[in-house]
Design a protein around this ligand. Structure first.
Ligand code: APR
Length: 176
């Protein structure tokens, strides 16, 4: 069984095998956690993302997909960039796309024999996904994913409030 840790912190500081970036489809940085990751990783990460997008159809990523790069100056080994869904009203496939962000990032981690991976609360900032619903999607996807190499999943929340929401979602799933 994978160990799950729910913490409040800055994901750019975590010494894990992989951190997940709540990116946009341009995959070349932005605000929020995307901005923080690129700022901490340095130009090497931007250059690697630039190379990555050259090989993608239309030079862009797809919502729900996940794209692996190195980590520049970050203390982790990999960054998995996953564009989350922009929340509309819950009836535009948002939950399925958000689940795909988590599952595809875990797939990349398994392919790279990562033992540990940290997620931010994807889509719950600029993209407006309601936090409690997003937390349930995230926790359900992690719980159901067949991890073999991955031994530890960290939900790295950026506020105590967000941490409490993810903890509630995780605990609610344990009692089901
Ligand atoms: N460490 C961990 N979590 C963070 C950090 C950080 N350093 N900085 C921000 N967060 C949290 C936010 O508080 C939020 O809970 O990451 C979560 C995701 O919020 P956003 O970064 O706004 O990402 P998202 O809602 O998925 O929107 C993505 O915003 O920043 C742009 O380039 C990004 O266009 C993309 C869009």
């Amino acid at each position: 069984m994978v160990e799950v840790e729910i913490i409040t912190g800055d994901i750019t500081t975590l010494k894990v095998d992989a951190i997940v970036n709540a990116a946009n489809c341009g995959l070349l940085g932005g605000g929020g956690v995307d901005g923080a990751i690129h700022a901490a990783a340095g130009k090497a990460l931007f250059d690697e993302c630039w190379q990555l997008v050259q090989g993608l159809p239309n030079g862009r990523g797809e919502t729900g997909q996940a794209y692996a790069t190195g980590a520049g100056r970050l203390p982790c080994r990999f960054v998995f960039h996953t564009p989350g869904p922009v929340y509309v009203d819950g009836h535009h496939g948002e939950a399925k796309l958000l689940a795909a962000c988590y599952a595809n990032s875990l797939r990349l981690a398994e392919e790279r024999q990562c033992k540990s991976i940290a997620f931010p609360c994807i889509s719950t900032g600029v993209y407006g996904y309601p936090k409690a619903e997003a937390a349930t999607v995230a926790c359900t996807t992690v719980m159901q994913f067949p991890c073999h190499a991955v031994e530890k999943v960290i939900f790295c929340c950026f506020s105590q409030g967000d941490t409490a929401i993810v903890k509630r979602a995780w605990e609610a799933l344990q009692t089901k």
